[in-house]
Design a protein around this ligand. Structure first.
Ligand SMILES: [Zn+2]
Length: 306
């Protein structure tokens, strides 16, 4: 775990967001229709209380200046619906079979689908953010899932995997680099005014860089190989010289000179005092020091033959 990053709990997030929110919004009611699926009656009783508490709360968490009163919602338990659940305007359809099989998980599904009703984004909105915000409120705020438990695919722009992946990314942004970003993105999406540059305006880094920083916080670097003389990436290399000096080549031109300042079994740290640049050569990447974090600069690897 790095300094500057704190594991916010759902309760803390909820409190912070509610303090920041505008006066409470008038929410409509949530009515469950279990007439075609009487086997869900007991679950519906507890879910009705849950929805009565959380529908107005979700409305406040996503309040923006363009709000109108939240609509009345009907949640239909369907014995034939094949998916998990889906919201269309103010009608939510849920699989009765799944509710019986997974009653606890289905409470989270209710939260996720109610978020979609509250979002009311115009068509053509960014799908990964629509689903990411719904799972952020479900998993991070409602279920208090710790940041470390969110899935985090090790690939570029992994946030486009949407749902829980995007939700964890939003939780990390809320917990440090961009507090309040969910409300801000939500307001922009609602007005049809969202653009990816919003993240850069808030943090000084674009979405792909922020994602790399997020996955770097959790990635455990592998050990260095026994031969650590040349580290290559697609556009250049680092090469060990005599007397603790390292040279960086861009293409085949020697461009920069570093001094090796420390070495562990997982990384070699280099410093260029002229430019005040700190680097870490690792098993599969080179990272650089930036604002107290170590985002990835290059991906590549050690040359085993040199
Ligand atoms: Zn959804």
């Amino acid at each position: 775990m790095k300094a500057g990053w704190q594991p916010w709990t759902g309760a803390m997030l909820l409190l912070a967001a509610l303090i920041a929110s505008s006066p409470p919004l008038a929410a409509g009611t949530v009515h469950f229709d279990a007439s075609s699926a009487p086997e869900t009656a007991a679950w519906v009783r507890s879910a009705t209380a849950l929805a009565a508490e959380w529908y107005p709360r979700l409305g406040n968490l996503l309040a923006s200046s363009t709000d109108v009163r939240l609509p009345d919602v009907i949640i239909r338990l369907s014995p034939t619906y094949e998916g998990v659940a889906a919201a269309s305007a103010n009608i939510i359809e849920m699989s009765a079979k799944r509710v019986v099989a997974l009653p606890e998980d289905s409470r989270g599904v209710v939260i996720h689908e109610l978020v979609h009703v509250v979002q009311a984004y115009p068509g053509g909105s960014e799908g990964w953010l629509t689903e990411g915000i719904a799972d952020y409120l479900r998993c991070a705020v409602f279920e208090s899932m710790p940041l470390a438990d969110f899935p985090r695919p090790d690939k570029e722009r992994g946030y486009l995997d949407s749902y829980k992946v995007a939700a964890g990314f939003l939780l990390w942004l809320e917990s440090g680099p961009a507090p309040g970003i969910v409300r801000q993105v939500n307001a922009a999406l609602r007005q049809g005014a969202y653009h990816g540059s919003l993240f850069k305006q808030r943090t000084g880094r674009g979405l792909p860089e922020l994602w790399d920083e997020y996955r770097a916080v959790f990635s455990r670097p592998g050990p260095l190989p026994s031969v650590t003389h040349v580290w290559r990436h697609s556009r250049g290399r680092f090469e060990k010289q005599p007397d603790g000096v390292w040279a960086e080549f861009e293409q085949d031109q020697r461009a920069w000179t570093f001094r090796e300042t420390s070495r562990t079994d997982a990384q070699i740290e280099l410093f260029d005092s002229g430019r005040n640049v700190h680097l870490r050569l690792m098993a599969k990447e080179v990272r650089f020091l930036s604002g107290g974090n170590w985002p990835t600069l290059y991906r590549g690897e050690w040359d085993p033959s040199k």
